[in-house]
Each structure stands twice: as structure tokens, then as C-alpha cells.
Design a binder for this molecule. Structure first.
Ligand code: GLN
Length: 540
């Protein structure tokens, strides 16, 4: 039977509930349990795929093509499990389903209401995950903060769910903030008392209070929280600010949180958490031998969450190369104003990430030209690969006006064009080429050197592709097509053989990098950057 852990948050948003959930998942997995984690979010979009990265950060795509919240990225990086699109549920998805059922006549004769129809739909979605993934523990993070109007149906569903299956099978962990007031030199418990009171008013008594805090919580503060919040003293845990998110499972384990959860939920777990490899990884994150800088030239650079998985992939690849990768955020529109040389001086590698729309495109093309000509290691992801093809077409194939149909539908040389399948599609929600697809890798290429495999699976999220009309000419002019779809119709990877490391990929490798299994392309890119920049690299 699956046991459930509901993670809620109080006081303020951005408390790191996602990292807390992922860390608890990792801890329970390290006790030999099968774990999954889901996110229930109160917004009305059916999925985050239609939101701007400025609104919601990156869209994390799963193997099955689900477009999900970036927290799912944390869950997958902390767990060994691969998640399903059912692990990401928004109010929009729930309402969409209930309204479709109503139109079909499934509730004929009834008035359709938030309680019980919406709450039942939420409860069924929770059970569906447990049934589909047959896990020992299903962790469900509820987005938003207690007190928000929008998350009330989710909380009511959680209350009913726990009542039905028994509180020994479904517990609540409430994440709160214990602020430190500098002037009086005190840690304050009042916000925690208030948010727990609010949670209890809607019928949920938390089982564990996880306190975000800058400072360790003294025993008397823990006792006070225990008393006012009606939980056992050993159920109050601290979640200290950590320099690396990957340390959080270790900090929880040091306080015995896994033992408490195993006891509380009567889980059949191994007696000790096996976190040996994980701790080794964290030690390496904290003690790099060298440091170097890689530029990310994109258009959403003010909000780093838009490139979350890329940032994490560099941490993983950095450890694999014993180096700390510092990121220089370069706004591609600034490149258009100030030139590539000025903004990229001194970097050891350049990455152009994915994106949509024509803003900043010419800047990205300038960046790529600079990387190609100066022989600086270059990695192009999705839109980054498409821009690399445009740059090659314009400057090597001498097709001066070459462009993507996305940016200039009237271009005479549409070297990047909409995929045939996409032409017939209407509507922009969930209609791109999404999820994992196979790709054949050609031997003797940099791609093969990284993967050491001729057939790989990578995740996609795009509408445009390399236009096959230009394939032979591009090859003849020296562009290597190192990866194609198994039927040969789609170009998935391009590279330049006469360059230290210049690789563009149509898919999103960053979605599959894990701390203990860094992505081979990121690992090789960082390796090439270390080699290129060895004179500039600072010893730690
Ligand atoms: N806008 C491009 C496309 O749709 C690239 C997408 C991306 O970078 N994810 O093909």
C-alpha cells in the first residue's frame, strides 16, 4: 500500500518547498523505498507550457512529453525515478477534466460544484499517481501558500484524503519560516504559530513542521513551536539555508527526519540511509580544484529560473571535471548593441540556450560567429542549435539572408523551417514535438565521443527543424550532421569538425543531467572549456 506525504507551505512563498520535497524523496529512496513526487499547483493554465519563462521559470519536459513545473526537474534530479505527466497537476487541468465530464453528461442531473466534484477529481489524481507508479511513498507538494484563496480546493481534498485513508497512511509536512530579527537578536516563532493555526482552521493538523531559518533553532524555540503548533518536539525540524541544494538531504538526515517519517508512516525501510555517493558529490561541489567561466547568451537572462536545468547541469558536469563553473549571463540583445567581443571576453566556453520568438536572435548569431571564429567551445541547445545553423548558412554557405521561418516567414533561405507534422496543428497548448525521441549518433563525431552509443533518447520541445533542402549543401561545406532521427528525416545534432568543440543539439540534454550521472554532452563541453581556457582558469 502506498503511503502519502503532503507538503504545504506557510508564511511566505519561495521557501524551497520543492527542494524540501525532493530532499525528503531522496532520503526515503536512500532507505530502500520506491518513491515518487507530484506537484499540485493552483494556477488555471492546464500546464505551464503556455506561460512565459518570466512568469514561471523553465518548463520541464518529461520523457512522456508532459510539460511541467520546474520543481519536477528538482524531483527528477534528486530521485532515481522517472516521473510521469500525471505528477504535474494544475487547477486548470482539474477544471478542464471536470468540465469535459459535465459536457459528456457524466454528472447528469447534478449541480457540479467545487466540493465534491473538484475535490474528488483532485483526490482521484493523487490516487492515479500511486496506482500508476506502484510506489511505497508518494510525496505531493501543494503549490502556493496557506491563506491563498486559490489553493483551498487542494487543501480540502488533502483533508478529506487523509481522513479517508487514515492519518497513519498520509501525513502533512508544513514548511514555514522562522525569521531572525537582527535588532533584537531573536528568532521569531509567531509567523509559524499563525500559519499552523490557519492550516488547522481548514482541518489539517500538521505532523511535521519544517522551519526555514538562517540560524540553527535552539531547543527552546523548537519546544515553543511544538507547544503552540500541537506537534511532538521531535517533529520540529530546521531547514537551514544551504550553499548547495544538494546538501539539503544530508542536513535533514543529520536531524533524523528519515527515521521519524519511517516510524510515523510504518514504512518497511532499510535501517540506515545509504547516501555515500551523494555525500561524496556534495563534498566535490564544495571543494572544486579550479574555477572557470562559461557564458550563457540568451534572452531570459534576468530570471535565472528560466534556465534552471542548464545551471544544475553545469554543477553536475563541473564535479565530473573537478571544476566550479561560474556562469556569465549575457543578454543577447546587449550583444546587438555592444558586440560579442566586449561581452564575451575571457570566457572559456559559450552556451546558447533554447527560446522562442525573434527578440535577441541577431545577438545570438553574433555570439555563435564569435565562438566559431575564435574557436571557443560552443554548445547550442534547441534554438541555440537552430541559430548555429543560420550562422553557418549565412557566413559559410554564403546564404546572406538565411533565417528560420519562426523569425522571418518571408526569407528566401529558410534553413530552419516548421516540421511537416506541425503544419497541420492548431492551438499552441501542448502541441509541440514533445518528450523523448530516439536519435542515431554517428561514430567518429564529438557527439559519439560523449555518448559512446549509437542510439540515444533525448527530450524535445520544439516546432522548427533543420530544413532538409539545405542538407547536402551544408554537409559539403563542412557541417557535420552527427545525429539524426532513426528514419533519417530530422537532423538532431550538428557539429564542426575543425573546431575544438562546437556542437548544436535540437533536443534539451539539460533535462536528463543528474548529480550522480552528469549529462555526457555537458561533461564533454566543460572538459573542452577547461582545455581551452587552461591559462585563464584560476586555481582554488
Ligand atoms: N523556437 C524554436 C522551435 O520552436 C526552438 C524551441 C526551443 O528552443 N525549445 O523550434
Amino acid at each position: 500500500m502506498t503511503k502519502f506525504i503532503f507538503v504545504t507551505g506557510g508564511v511566505v512563498s519561495s521557501l524551497g518547498k520543492g527542494i524540501a520535497s525532493a530532499s525528503i524523496g531522496r532520503l526515503l529512496e536512500s532507505r530502500g523505498l520506491k518513491v515518487t513526487i507530484a506537484k499540485f499547483d493552483p494556477y488555471l493554465n492546464v500546464d505551464p507550457g503556455t506561460m512565459s519563462p518570466y512568469q514561471h521559470g523553465e518548463v520541464f519536459v518529461l520523457d512522456d512529453g508532459g510539460e511541467t513545473d520546474l520543481d519536477l526537474g528538482h524531483y527528477e534530479r534528486f530521485l532515481t525515478a522517472r516521473l510521469s505527466r500525471n505528477n504535474s497537476v494544475s487547477s486548470g487541468k482539474i477544471y478542464n477534466s471536470v468540465i469535459s465530464k459535465e459536457r459528456r453528461g457524466d454528472y447528469l442531473g447534478k449541480t457540479v460544484q467545487v466540493v465534491p466534484h473538484i475535490t474528488n477529481e483532485i483526490r482521484e489524481s493523487i490516487l492515479k499517481i500511486a496506482k500508476e507508479q506502484k510506489v511505497d511513498v508518494c510525496i505531493v507538494e501543494i503549490g502556493g501558500t496557506i491563506g491563498d484563496i486559490e489553493s483551498l480546493p487542494f487543501l480540502e481534498a488533502v483533508r478529506q484524503f487523509r481522513y479517508d485513508i487514515g492519518k497513519e497512511n498520509a501525513i502533512n509536512i508544513h514548511v514555514t519560516l522562522v525569521p531572525y530579527i537582527e535588532a533584537s537578536g531573536e528568532l521569531k516563532t509567531k509567523p509559524t504559530q499563525k500559519t499552523v493555526a490557519e492550516l488547522r482552521a481548514i482541518g489539517i493538523q500538521p505532523d511535521v513542521i519544517l522551519c526555514r531559518s538562517e540560524l540553527p533553532l535552539p531547543e527552546d524555540i523548537k519546544n515553543k513551536i511544538s507547544l503552540f503548533c500541537n506537534v511532538e518536539p521531535e517533529a520540529v525540524y530546521e531547514a537551514l539555508d544551504a550553499a548547495s541544494i544538494y546538501e539539503v538531504p544530508l542536513l535533514f538526515q543529520a536531524q533524523g527526519l528519515d527515521d521519524f517519517l519511517v516510524k510515523k508512516l510504518h514504512l518497511k525501510a532499510t535501517s540506515r540511509a545509504n547516501l555515500t555517493q551523494w555525500s561524496k558529490f556534495v563534498k566535490q561541489v564544495y571543494s572544486p580544484k579550479k574555477e572557470m567561466e562559461i557564458a550563457i547568451a540568451g534572452k531570459y537572462v534576468e530570471l535565472h529560473d528560466a534556465y534552471k536545468s542548464i545551471m544544475e547541469s553545469f554543477i553536475h558536469a563541473g564535479v565530473a571535471n573537478s571544476v566550479k563553473v561560474r556562469l556569465r549571463w549575457v543578454d543577447s540583445e546587449d550583444v546587438e548593441k555592444h558586440g560579442a567581443a566586449k561581452l564575451l571576453k575571457g570566457v572559456s566556453g559559450i552556451l546558447v540556450p533554447g527560446g522562442f520568438g525573434d527578440r535577441g536572435i541577431e545577438g545570438k548569431i553574433q555570439v555563435i560567429k564569435y565562438a566559431r571564429e575564435k574557436k571557443i567551445p560552443f554548445f547550442g541547445i534547441c534554438l541555440g542549435m537552430q541559430c548555429a545553423v543560420i550562422e553557418f548558412a549565412r557566413h559559410i554557405m554564403k546564404l546572406n539572408t538565411a533565417n528560420s521561418g519562426e523569425f522571418d516567414p518571408n526569407t528566401s533561405d529558410e534553413v530552419i523551417s516548421m516540421m511537416a507534422d506541425q503544419l497541420k496543428i492548431q492551438g499552441l497548448g501542448g502541441t509541440m514535438r514533445l518528450g523523448a525521441y530516439p536519435c542515431k549518433v554517428e561514430k567518429g563525431t564529438k557527439a559519439y565521443q560523449a555518448y559512446k552509443q549509437t542510439l540515444i533518447q533525448e527530450r524535445h520541445r520544439h516546432r522548427y527543424e533543420f530544413n532538409n533542402v539545405y542538407r547536402e549543401k551544408a554537409k559539403a561545406m563542412g557541417l557535420k550532421l552527427s545525429g539524426v532521427s532513426p528514419d533519417g528525416t530530422l537532423v538532431e545534432m550538428v557539429e564542426l569538425p575543425n573546431h575544438p568543440w562546437f556542437v548544436g543539439v535540437q533536443f534539451h540534454p539539460e533535462l536528463k543531467s543528474r548529480p550522480l550521472a552528469p549529462h555526457p554532452l555537458f561533461r564533454e563541453f566543460v572538459k573542452a572549456a577547461v582545455k581551452y581556457g587552461h591559462k585563464k582558469i584560476t586555481k582554488k
